[in-house]
Design a binder for this molecule. Sequence first.
Ligand SMILES: [Zn+2]
Ligand SMILES: [Zn+2]
Length: 227
Amino acid sequence: MKTSPLKIDLHVHTHYSEDATTTLEELVEYAKKKGLDGVAITDHNTLQGALKLAKKIQLTVIPGLEVEALGGHILALNITTLIPPKLSIPETSQKIHDAGGVAVIAHPGAVLKTGLRQKITSESNLDAVEVINSGAFPFFLSTYLSYRFAERVKLPQTAGSDAHHAAEIGTAFTLIDADPNLDDIAEAIRKGAVTPNGKPITWAQRMKREAFHLKIYRKRYSSKLSI
Ligand SMILES: [Zn+2]
Ligand SMILES: [Zn+2]
């Protein structure tokens, strides 16, 4: 039986996301180092890393995706089938629900997306709002806007590091009042038995991210040139 809330980072990428470097081995190592009970692996457009790791280890691994919906990113948690990108937010949420998962809007406070926040209402079919995202920039303003948004739409509040490199794992996490099994965790998020916690990634980590992104864009650009 549960004694204390589970400490879970609900937004982690692995090297199966093109823009991240964390191997599955590093993920386990850092999650343990940071004292996490579990992680949600939310790669872009692939479940490969999440499902591979979920089978192997003792750490609670919530398989998920970060889905690029029209007008925002949605975390699909506790799913085992791919959710297509480029659908509207209500359609994406519906597909996530049909797959038995939980739909969480990721980093809604990103300042450039003010229009998006206004369009989302309590009827948008979402289950929760990621109010703390360690990679969001500027962190304090976007966190404040995300909290305000979550209060307006009256949805549960989660946190995740959005780690793209191993050392970032656990910079934010959600305390979840649930037994350590996926259905219980999903239900606890839906009913709001969750408390967000966390801080921004360090400047050194942000610089590393930017440098890595630049490398990817360069690679993409040069491969286009050579075609
Ligand atoms: Zn995102
Ligand atoms: Zn992400």
